[in-house]
Write a protein that binds this ligand. Structure first.
Ligand code: MV4
Length: 449
């Protein structure tokens, strides 16, 4: 097991990792930019190192500074959290070159899943259902029109190095195809340095359902059920829940078994999330995330498995915590991402938190690194905290979420709390009857605040 872990992240996930380390008896090193000197994870860590000025490129993405911090403190492993360097294969390799452990998947799998074309080819080869589309990339030399017509319009042009909605263009008809191809390729070139694009059948109103997996790196792998992340705004998840209101036990078992078998075959190491679109009873693989995700607490609440603690244990050579038969989905969990934003315009609202009262009680969890008097800096994401609620049933979970949202106080900055207080009372949400475009349609129909 590791003696000392450097947490190469900030905010609530840095605190989350620190908590797992403390429970494992592992010493912790916090790194921070000059803007995060007063952050909670810095206060609670055993040691801390300032790694640079506020811009991420000069601090949390500054690999030489992170290596120096490991050298100074004698850390033997690095946990990247999510975002920043968490899916940077080169970073994982550089750490290995310096005899440091990267708490994450093998670099080859990070690289493989980072290329959406290769990821899809691999998924298909492993028997995972994929969205009908081009067989690999579509270049200037290909007959894109013929490929698109074989798929059937509308088609979606996607960037191979994209993901999370970046570099996507819809072509509703043949007339739109050439412009969609050139626009997507140009945007991909400038955003990712890679103009490669591929085509997929455009699914009109799917749900976004993702499967949590855990692999030991030697061929053992299990799935821990699903999270429904369909409620998104501009590709930012807002509300995630598990189990999905759209799945029954048979559908869950079938897709879960398919994904677990695939992870066994590639000898996947650590935590991972396999993302699907789900429409009319069919799953369609779109991408795989090789990191711990923001919404991981939903799975923790319904399985009782501490995903970050297991991530660390497995990275140190430990076995999977349970067998597949021992994984039991218990009850229902919903997570609301509360941001420091105006609840109508979503304009960021950084600043000082003057009053902060988090809710409590049975089945209520807050993953947050803010405190009364904390100043939310303008340089990073605007997450105030994640409110995660558990209930024996979805109805009980919604009731508890409604109570917790009404109890929560955050003053001095604007937050999206009012949005969640409205959503938890919205009939379509109460019925679980929504899809990936529902939230933006709902917000478009709201009276402008
Ligand atoms: C799609 C799609 C419809 N059809 N692919 C968006 C981000 C990335 N995860 C893939 N995304 C989509 N891929 C096909 N073939 C619609 C989306 C999409 C979306 C997916 C999940 C959650 C929210 C979304 C919002 C807009 C578009």
């Amino acid at each position: 097991m590791f003696d000392k872990i450097l947490i190469a992240n900030r905010g609530e996930i840095a605190l989350r990792i620190l908590r797992a380390c403390k429970e494992l008896g592992i010493a912790t090193v916090a790194v921070h930019s000059t803007a995060d000197a007063d952050a909670m994870h810095v206060r609670l860590a055993d040691e801390s190192v300032c790694i640079g000025p506020p811009p991420s490129k000069d601090s949390y993405l500054n690999i030489p500074a992170l290596l120096a911090a490991c050298e100074i403190t004698g850390a033997d492993a690095v946990h990247p959290g999510y975002g920043f360097l968490s899916e940077n294969a080169r970073f994982a390799e550089i750490l290995a070159e310096h005899n440091l452990d990267f708490i994450g998947p093998k670099a080859e799998h990070i690289r493989l899943m980072g290329d959406k074309i290769e990821a899809k080819k691999t998924a298909k080869k492993l028997g995972i259902p994929v969205v009908p589309g081009s067989d690999g990339g579509v270049g200037p030399e290909d007959d894109a029109m013929a490929i698109a017509q074989a798929i059937g319009f509308p088609v979606l042009v996607k960037a191979a190095s994209g993901g999370g909605g970046r570099g996507m263009k819809v072509a509703q008809t043949a007339d739109d195809l050439m412009l969609a191809l050139s626009t997507a390729a140009n945007e991909a070139k400038s955003a990712f340095g890679d103009a490669s694009v591929y085509l997929e059948k455009y699914l009109q109103k799917p749900r976004h359902i993702e499967i949590q997996v855990l692999g030991d790196g030697h061929g053992g792998a299990i799935h821990l059920g699903e999270r429904d992340c369909s409620l998104q705004r501009r590709h930012q998840k807002v509300w995630e829940e598990g189990p999905s209101p759209a799945l029954d036990a048979a559908a869950r078992a079938k897709i879960g078994a398919t994904v677990a078998k695939a992870m066994q075959e590639i000898k996947y190491l650590g935590v991972g999330t396999v993302e699907f679109l789900y429409e009319e009873g069919e799953f369609y693989f779109i991408e795989m995330n090789t990191r711990i995700q923001v919404e991981h607490p939903v799975t923790e609440m319904i399985t009782g498995i501490d995903l970050v603690l297991e991530q660390i244990r497995i990275a140190a050579g430990g076995d999977l915590p349970v067998t597949q038969d021992e994984v039991v989905i218990n009850g229902h969990s919903i997570e609301c991402r509360i941001n420091a934003e105006n609840p109508v315009t979503f304009r960021p609202s950084p600043g000082k938190i003057l009053q902060y009262h988090p809710p409590g009680g049975l089945g209520v969890r807050i993953d947050s690194a803010v405190y009364q008097g904390y100043v939310i800096p303008p340089y990073y994401d605007s997450l105030v905290g994640k409110l995660i609620v558990h209930g024996k049933t979805r109805a009980e979970c919604l009731m508890r979420l409604r109570r917790a949202l009404d109890e929560m106080v955050v003053e001095g900055i604007e937050t999206t709390l009012p949005l969640f207080r409205a959503l938890v009372r919205e009939p379509a949400i109460i019925d679980g009857d929504y899809h990936i475009h529902w939230l933006e349609q709902y917000l478009a129909g709201q009276p402008a605040g």
